[in-house]
Design a protein around this ligand. Sequence first.
Ligand code: GLN
Length: 393
Amino acid sequence: MAAPATRKTFHSDRTERFTESVIREMTRLAILHGAVNLAQGFPDFPAPVDLKKAAIRAIEADHNQYSITWGAKPFREAIALKYARTYDLALDPEREITVCCGATEGMASSLLATTNPGDEVIVFEPFYESYHPDTLLCGAERRLVKLHPPDWRFDPAELRAAFSARTKAIIVNTPHNPTGKVFSREELTQIAQLCQEFDALAITDEIYEHIVYDGLRHIPMITLPGMRERTILVNSLSKTFSVTGWRVGWIAAAPELTTSIRKVHDFLTVNAPTPLQYAGTMALTEQQDYFNGLAEVYAGCRRAAMEMLENAGFRCFKPGGAYYVMTDISAFGAADDVSFARHLVERFGVAGVPGSSFYFDKKSGSSQIRFCFCKNYETLSVAGQKLAGVRHV
Ligand code: GLN
């Protein structure tokens, strides 16, 4: 039978406005060219032995079926205990915690649960790339507030001007990807006051919570005065326990917010992998020593990565947290970040992420490339050798 003259389009309008992840595309290119992958942020060293054993034990003990959709009870209880211990923050595991498939789902479910088409969501730019499709999928309108290099501070007047009666939420990612900025108490307080003045939510992505340097401290927005009822906190096991492939995250929010978040989560993914939640229960009992050790290891990697990048001619913006370094590539005289990143992966065997993938206005990131340093010294040193020739080309 002949097809009708006018064909339907099978791409929804909502998918027409964003691309696949550039970070993950760079990983595919790294594999294709046998390059060192300093693009997608995941460790190349093993996850903690005890954690792996706990996962194996959980499978053997047959924790292999659906868990309660909002998370296995012992895991939610372990999450609540961790926040009580670390921040003196009381969370009700029955009504305020939702376990989800990584922070990426956590952010998407939170936005889908709280915004309507036409609502405005404020995002600091540069931003972690998934916030862009997240807001598009919700039909929300983005209001951007610039973080200015070299220390990635925002202009308080610009922030205030971004808020309006239409603001539903602001996304706050601290420690920040891609810049490594750790928002100070003063900055968080400015944001918190505006959220209260304009009756807006703060949706906070805190997955680098324990990766902070130079004596800086991570402060969860939810602990600030007036923010307990209007913050949605998102976090995961991925970065703290070096298990980015497990896809186990959580969302903490007041009961009324949690009710709608749980509905979205339930019908999107049902539950995060059950045995890995049981293993996570064990992980979250880790004490401060473990977290300090993690930050110390990454502080060493930061030093090594910045040294090799600076030697190769990149200008580094020193990160205060997380495990990425944003660099300025102006010295190389390349046409733009995308062509230079391709050149690096194809010709020199090192993958980074073009800066423009973290900006809505692509021009703003066209002289930047992000590299991750959550890698063995050996990997970083191989990358350094490969990059050493770049400036001579
Ligand atoms: N957070 C990591 C990054 O920024 C990777 C995220 C992902 O691919 N899900 O590189």
